[in-house]
Each structure stands twice: as C-alpha cells, then as structure tokens.
Design a protein around this ligand. Structure first.
Ligand SMILES: Nc1ncnc2c1ncn2[C@@H]1O[C@H](COP(=O)(O)OP(=O)(O)O)[C@@H](O)[C@H]1O
Ligand SMILES: [Mg+2]
Length: 318
C-alpha cells in the first residue's frame, strides 16, 4: 500500500498560539481517514497545510510523496479541498458555479462539459443544474461543494467538516457518496468534531486535541486495543410472550464455549456477549435455526467512535 498523506513533526504556531504540535500522520492510498477532535484542536490547520494554503512552522507534510511546501504547485492537481465554509456564490446557477471552478482549474472545451456532467451525476445534482445555488438545501450545498472539488479528478480529498449541520437523511446520502468515492479508489481525509458523524464512513481514525494526536490507526484496532467486547443483540419470536422468547435464547446458549454472558433487554431482546477470540458470530444464527426458533433480529453492536474517544481522552490509549 502506498502512502497518500504523510506528516512528520508537523507544527504550526500562530503568533504565540500553538495550533499543531509535532503531528505524525500516515494515511494510505484508498483509506478514508476520520480526523476527529473538538473545536480548536487543529484539524482545519492540518487540512489547510495539506491543501498548500497555510505554511507550517515546522516539520514536513507530503501528498503522494510530494512536499506540500517545496512543491505546492505539483500537489494542487492531486488534491480536492472542501473548506468548512463554502463561500457565497448566491447569484449563480449550479451549472455556472461548476463552470466557474472548472475554468479556474483550466479544464476546457469538451472535457469541461464531460467533467461537469460526471460530477453532477456522481453527486446526484444533475436535475439541479439550472437551479440557483442559493436555493439548495444544506445537504445539496455540501454535495455541490464536493462536486466542485472533484472537477479535476483528484486522488486525495480533504474534506473539512463536510457533514456539519446535515440532517440525518442528508447525512446518509453524504455517507453513500463517500462510500462511492472510496470504491473509486480515492483517499479521503474527513474532519469532524461530532464523532458519530463520520464513524460509519471511515476505516481509520485519528483523534486530535489541542494540536496533539492522541490516537491514529484503524477503527477496528482502536476497538480491540480498548478491549472492545463483541455484543450481539438478538431477538427470536416464540408463541406466547416476550419472556418465553427470551428464555428460549438463554436456554439455547447457556454454557456455550463462545458465549461469555447474556442479558435480557427490552421487548424480548437478549444481549449476548461473545468471546473476543470467537471466529465469528454466525454460530448464533445457526444454532437458532437448528433449534427451530423463529429469528427476528441479529446484529452485532460495536463500540461507537464516542466510546473510543472517551477512552482515548481519558488516557487509556496514547
Ligand atoms: N489564522 C489564525 N490565526 C490565529 N490563530 C488561529 C488561526 N487559525 C486557527 N487558529 C488557532 O489555532 C487553533 C486550531 O484551530 P483550527 O485548526 O481551526 O482547529 P479545528 O479546525 O480543529 O477547530 C485554535 O486555537 C485557533 O484559534
Ligand atoms: Mg475547523
């Protein structure tokens, strides 16, 4: 795997305020890296340095192996940067807005028309081509922002708080779009101060606070390091009442070598804690079917990013 983004000892001091302290990051090609931290943590500063817009005070940063300070002009074609504030282009239509930025990227003629059509399609804004930018919903506005930074087909996307202020539905649409970009092989750095916003989109995360990186690595590994247990929420339906359904599950898995504990939940649910080294959880479904119980629901619950974040900021991972 090639490294798409690397920083070493990256530091930024704004007139006495240290925004970033010795940041070491390595984001591999094809990763979706969630950059998580509270306001003022240094996320935007990091992203702007990578986008060649802010000069670091110390250390190094590379995109695609190219130094962002010494060879900024070579880095620009590789990156799509979506700022946290998109700016105001109220009088423009969606199509004009993209024409404007395509021109700025020096994309001309037939290729310009093709690229605009492609990014509109990808962000599902084709039907809005002749709509005023001003009239777009927040979710559509964010998708347009993304369309704009995809025009020159960059390999690396730097998205600063793209999900901020999106309603749940827009967030799901945005997540779908991110997954599509990942399928296309893009590398994504997505920042957020709301942890749950980006957990489901990213395979790796970095947690930053007061300019210092507290944790960076795969989400799965973070969960393992924290001794995350695997808990399965399951529900069967038995003739009679919830209690019979719950008891059927408890009877079935009592004493099973891969089951550590069980706890009845609300309305017939049972939470089953599976041993961390069990190969998988499929035995639960298999045994339920074999016992001819009617399976209604089976789902692994995993540690949320919030949980990880709480553990990390309490110093349990450093
Ligand atoms: N242009 C600037 N001048 C002075 N201080 C700044 C500037 N930009 C950011 N800072 C400071 O640097 C720190 C990190 O800010 P920022 O990178 O925007 O954090 P985040 O994006 O995580 O909220 C904050 O203390 C912020 O006030
Ligand atoms: Mg910010």
């Amino acid at each position: 795997m090639t490294v798409a983004i690397r920083t070493e000892g990256l530091t930024k001091v704004y007139r006495g305020t240290t925004a970033l302290r010795d940041l070491d990051l390595e984001i591999r090609e094809g990763d979706a890296f969630g950059f998580i931290g509270p306001n003022g943590a240094g996320k935007s500063t990091t992203i702007k340095i990578l986008a060649t817009l802010v000069r670091p005070s110390g250390g190094r940063a590379e995109v695609g192996g190219i130094d962002v300070v010494r060879r900024g002009d070579d880095v620009k074609p590789l990156i799509g940067y979506m700022p946290d504030v998109l700016g105001i282009y109220d009088d423009m239509l969606v199509g004009e807005y993209l024409e404007f930025f395509a021109a700025a990227y020096r994309i001309r003629g037939l290729r310009r028309r093709q690229r605009i059509a492609e990014v509109l399609e990808l962000t599902e804004l084709t039907a809005k081509r002749d709509a005023p930018v001003m009239g777009l919903s927040r979710g559509m506005g964010q998708r347009l922002g993304l369309a704009r930074c995809l025009l020159h087909d960059p390999q690396v996307l730097l998205l600063d708080e793209p999900a901020a202020g999106l309603d749940p539905r827009a967030r799901i649409e945005f997540k779908e779009l991110v997954l599509e970009l990942r399928r296309m092989g893009k590398t994504l750095l997505i920042s957020s101060h709301i942890l749950s916003e980006i957990g489901a989109m990213c395979n790796t995360i970095g947690i930053i606070e007061q300019g210092r990186l507290l944790y960076a690595g795969p989400i799965d590994e973070a969960r393992k390091k924290l001794g995350a247990e695997r808990v399965v929420r399951l529900r069967v339906h038995e003739e009679g009442d919830d209690e019979r359904s719950v008891n059927a599950v408890l009877d079935l898995f009592r004493g099973h070598p891969d089951v550590e504990a069980m706890k009845p939940g609300a309305s017939g649910e049972v939470f089953v804690r599976v041993r961390a080294d069990a190969p998988d959880i499929s035995f639960l479904a298999r045994d339920i079917v074999r016992a001819e119980l009617h399976l209604l629901h089976l789902e692994e619950t995993v540690l949320s990013i919030e949980d990880i974040f709480l553990h990390v900021t309490q110093g349990k991972v450093a």
